[in-house]
Design a protein around this ligand. Sequence first.
Ligand SMILES: NC(=O)c1ccc[n+]([C@@H]2O[C@H](COP(=O)([O-])OP(=O)(O)OC[C@H]3O[C@@H](n4cnc5c(N)ncnc54)[C@H](O)[C@@H]3O)[C@@H](O)[C@H]2O)c1
Ligand SMILES: O=C(O)C(=O)C[C@]1(C(=O)O)C=C[C@@H](O)C=C1
Length: 328
Amino acid sequence: MIDGLKRLDAPLFGRVAVIGPGLIGSSILRAARETHLAETLVTSDANPDVRRRALELDLADEVPETSAEAAIGADVVIICVPVGAIATVVADIAGSLKPGAIVSDVGSVKAGVVDKVLPLLPAGVHFVPAHPVAGTEYSGPDAGFPTLFLNRWSIITPPDGADDEAVARIASLWETIGANVEFMTATHHDLVLAITSHVPHLIAYNIVGTAADLEQVTQSEVIKFSAGGFRDFTRIAASDPTMWRDVFLNNKEAVLEMLGRFNEDLAALARAIRWEDGDKLFELFTRTRAIRRNIIELGQETSAPDFGRTGAAPINPEAAPVQETASV
Ligand SMILES: NC(=O)c1ccc[n+]([C@@H]2O[C@H](COP(=O)([O-])OP(=O)(O)OC[C@H]3O[C@@H](n4cnc5c(N)ncnc54)[C@H](O)[C@@H]3O)[C@@H](O)[C@H]2O)c1
Ligand SMILES: O=C(O)C(=O)C[C@]1(C(=O)O)C=C[C@@H](O)C=C1
């Protein structure tokens, strides 16, 4: 048994299907196996190489060719594909869902997805969206590991009128695989995550891109001297292009709102540097240091490996090299 995950005496669910056993989907399956979450685990993926790998890694008991087949008879279907493909999968599985089934997802953006998904679902099927705030810059079935969600938040964003029992069952699912659960509206989720996750990723992509395009500094100098802060940015900037393209296209308003605030504050900092306003710089750096120390005191520092500084392998020692994913 893996430290921190407890095996249930009796499974919570009969049949759980995971569509898209990549980093997040395969981590859910691995944790589900460890904890005996379901009697039967099923998975499928649009990419035949991923289905083959899911079989080789024994991620599930059944690996049918299509999402529609995977959803037949499932009590819960968890959709773990890029945000832009979630509604496509829901359309694919809608005809296979049994009455009372719960459909959930793990997408990094919620409001737009809920709007697209709800009209596609048959009556009697529940939709309970969720977002585990845990991940790495790696993708694919080899990158997952069973403790990814341990002591991390999973945010559940029940739509108006959601069935209480279905919401409680999805909360139990996340708690079983080690997460702490928080509830909020989809719109609030998208605003919070825009500043805590989406804009930071955009900044990382941008700074690494800027460095790569510099004319006065060579690429080899950028690589050679990226020992500290810049190296941390390169870890984030290695995150999956498909996933992050979809995040920005689907959380446009909240990201642009937060980016506007960010740009104003950055301009004020540039001004403080130009006018040698040391007090302003010192005051901000003191406040931000306190925030970091608070995060550490609360024990919320990520337990993910410090890829940035050490260049270490993924936390799963058996994980193979990064698998790039293409749009499907
Ligand atoms: N990576 C992270 O750090 C992280 C963290 C939390 C949530 N998320 C969210 O989780 C979801 C999955 O991310 P991931 O990092 O596991 O991605 P991933 O690339 O590792 O896996 C996604 C899988 O979905 C499959 N797929 C794509 N379109 C499909 C379709 N139409 N039908 C069936 N399969 C399809 C791909 O082939 C791939 O195997 C995304 O919505 C992302 O926003 C990611
Ligand atoms: O640790 C990382 O590599 C992550 O980027 C994880 C992270 C995040 O920004 O915190 C990325 C996107 C997800 O939606 C949730 C978690």
